[in-house]
Design a protein around this ligand. Structure first.
Ligand code: URA
Length: 236
């Protein structure tokens, strides 16, 4: 059981103060009865809550797919830079959202934003072997030698060891698909740098078996379907 004001605020119906006004204005019904008591306890998954005539579809957690554009940072808050949370549509905003697997400011593509810590952990943990696939454009041709090094596991100059990665070289020779199951800082760029190649463009195209929805323009987001969440977690 949770307080009604806490539940309403958690579902993006306004701040606590705005929610208190909704209750005071008799705009909230619980199981058909007007509720004006901020502290009334409800079972959000069982009780029928109606706000301003609309039935509340309670969502314990939110799972969002974004086609991240370059130029925004993957943080929840930043005092100077625009963040991916800043560019979410109002209807998808709620307290506690964060990114499950950051992308660099200049990287585009598939980003998962959620407020479910367990889910995020499973997406990001290298032990769970959820592969993230990137499309990279390089400054010079990619060789079979680079592919071999990726498959063996790149070791950075500071001794950091990367897990084996898969590399598919594209026909043009200067672009490739890379799949990794971990998320070290600037990992893909640094792996190519170890092979004397500079990444000029980077886009994440899939996480597990979930592919970026190509109908999303850069900067657009939408909620994930339940089955899409499963595509991420049941990666085999
Ligand atoms: N690897 C990088 O170098 N950058 C990203 O944004 C993601 C993976």
């Amino acid at each position: 059981m949770e307080r009604i004001d806490k539940i309403l605020a958690s579902q993006n119906l306004g701040s606590r103060k705005q929610v208190h006004k909704l209750l005071k204005d008799k705009s909230v019904l619980i199981n058909g009865v007007v509720c004006t008591d901020n502290s009334q306890k409800v079972e959000p998954e069982k009780d029928i809550i109606v706000v301003n005539g609309e039935k509340l579809v309670f969502k314990k957690h939110l799972y969002i797919m974004m086609n991240k554009p370059a130029g925004v940072v993957s943080a929840s808050k930043d005092t100077r830079e625009k963040t991916v949370i800043d560019i979410l549509p109002e209807k998808l905003k709620r307290q506690g959202l964060f990114v499950a697997g950051r992308l660099d400011k200049d990287t585009e593509g598939l980003l998962i934003i959620t407020d479910d810590g367990d889910f995020a952990h499973r997406v990001m943990s290298p032990n769970k072997k959820v592969y993230k696939k990137y499309f990279a454009k390089l400054d010079n041709p990619v060789t079979e030698e680079t592919k071999k090094k990726f498959e063996q596991g790149i070791v950075f100059k500071d001794g950091t060891e990367c897990l084996p990665a898969m590399l598919e070289i594209c026909e043009d020779g200067k672009s490739a698909y890379v799949s990794i199951c971990e998320g070290k800082f600037h990992q893909v760029k640094k792996m190519f740098l170890c092979c004397n190649l500079k990444v000029e463009y980077l886009k994440r195209i899939s996480i597990g078996r979930l592919e970026l929805d190509n109908s999303l323009d850069l900067g657009q987001s939408r909620e994930l379907e339940d089955c899409e969440k499963q595509l991420i977690l049941n990666a085999d």
